[in-house]
Write a protein that binds this ligand. Sequence first.
Ligand SMILES: Nc1ncnc2c1ncn2[C@@H]1O[C@H](COP(=O)(O)OP(=O)(O)OP(=O)(O)O)[C@@H](O)[C@H]1O
Length: 212
Amino acid sequence: MTLPRLVIRNLSCGRGERALFRDLDMTLEAGEAARILGENGSGKTTLLRTLGGLQSPLAGDIEWQSATPSDDGEPILLQDDLCFIGHENALNGALTPVENLDVLMRLSARRVTEKRIVETLTDLGLKRVARRPCERLSAGQKRRASLARLWLTDAPLWLLDEPASALDVDARGVLCARIDSHVSAGGVVVFTTHEELAIANGSVRRVELAPC
Ligand SMILES: Nc1ncnc2c1ncn2[C@@H]1O[C@H](COP(=O)(O)OP(=O)(O)OP(=O)(O)O)[C@@H](O)[C@H]1O
């Protein structure tokens, strides 16, 4: 198996033509994580969106070791390689957590049984609401349901935008332990957070985005 390795060179990102930050360099090897820091509007979400292939960089390169070349020779990130959890929860309010996770895991080309989904939701304290439409869940319950993907995926690269938002202290602890175990197992994590997260693993790099 190829070890994951994320290399970012001279990366400039923005919205439209407007650059938010320029010339970001960062290499993350297997077992490393980076916390992206910067004031509101500095481009943290934009960076994660760019790394996740949701938008193109203004300049620079992103290389992902286990990516395979596309037809035109550009490296692409396979869906199997990536677990992206955005600031929004990406849950359909009319569907239950079980149904949402089933859809999301199918989209990521990962087959997971309903039994496993229910067990994961139960472990995350969502047993009672596992089959309730998400629009009737609290903010923290929705965030837990969205984060459940981290227990179902085997993608090596995780991109997490404010993963702890709306979580109570216990749920934050469970999330930190999950990030720890992924990094310890050789995964790579890039995340943003406005509040300190008690991630025990020593390999969390702090990367500050400097506004242009
Ligand atoms: N959909 C959009 N269209 C145009 N501009 C946008 C859009 N979303 C965000 N922006 C702009 O891009 C800039 C960077 O936004 P981004 O969400 O990346 O910042 P951030 O560092 O994640 O902020 P925060 O800490 O508030 O979450 C902001 O100035 C914002 O106004």
